[in-house]
Design a protein around this ligand. Sequence first.
Ligand SMILES: Nc1ncnc2c1ncn2[C@@H]1O[C@H](COP(=O)(O)OP(=O)(O)O)[C@@H](O)[C@H]1O
Ligand SMILES: Cc1ncsc1CCOP(=O)(O)O
Ligand SMILES: [Mg+2]
Length: 278
Amino acid sequence: MPSAKETPTGARSTERTPGVHLAAMRERAPLVQCITNFVAMNTAANVLLAAGASPAMLHAAEETLEFTPLAQALSINIGTPSPHWAAGMKAAAGAARAAGLPWVLDPVAVGATSYRQALCGDLLALEPAVIRGNASEILALAGAATRGKGADSADPVEAAEAAARALAQRSWAVVAVTGPVDYVTDGTRAWRVHNGDPMMPKVTALGCSLTALVAAFVAVEAADRAEATVAALACFGLAGEIAARGASGPGSFAVALIDALHAMTPEALDLGARVEPS
Ligand SMILES: Nc1ncnc2c1ncn2[C@@H]1O[C@H](COP(=O)(O)OP(=O)(O)O)[C@@H](O)[C@H]1O
Ligand SMILES: Cc1ncsc1CCOP(=O)(O)O
Ligand SMILES: [Mg+2]
């Protein structure tokens, strides 16, 4: 599906390409409310700006009922949770649902503590449009066994594919499992996104920032949020590949990734996207 070039299986796309989704996102420059962790806040905002969206980092329940309906999408990342922030997350997700806005959940280290599990249970009940996590997080969220302990994955993506499908069917959300090759499913259809670079997991908060980017893409695509999610993953992964060419280590890579997102064109994305229907 959404690749303009030949996929690894040789199939050609007839659907909207990742580049079409990127152009639509840039055209609208959606306002994306982000409730994210202390580690990721700056990087996620810069990723959104570089890609062409407009970030707003607001997390207080006291203001979210007023603000969330003004946004085009919401990204919630539970990375450094506490009671005040958890209240803000639930209020924002509830406000997004009431306003008909898509929101995206990043269940950072959900398997690590019962506090995170309970918080994610409450958030899942508020109907995220997309769930994006690494393999260990998706396994834990689906209630399956995982070797993961913290924010980094300890499981291969393939091990989480069945859990992702089950979670998508149960929650009605698109589920994206990221890693060396990403897996996206809406419970019926599925894709693998081959873009990315091994330097990406060496920089903290890139998964969190990708979740915010997914929110920007689904903000402007109500009809097919799975396709928009695939496009966001291909765009981010390709930016990582481009950044890695000139980087000498994780530090310069992080800067180059922001530059690559800023320089990405719809045409370059369609040429470089490596998406395979599964
Ligand atoms: N070994 C890898 N090779 C290529 N890309 C990777 C690799 N690991 C992660 N990525 C990419 O890094 C981005 C963040 O994914 P991931 O590291 O799984 O998230 P998280 O930081 O939440 O654990 C995604 O675009 C993913 O495709
Ligand atoms: C290290 C860390 N600890 C709590 S949140 C966080 C950031 C995780 O970022 P990512 O999941 O994008 O690697
Ligand atoms: Mg993460």
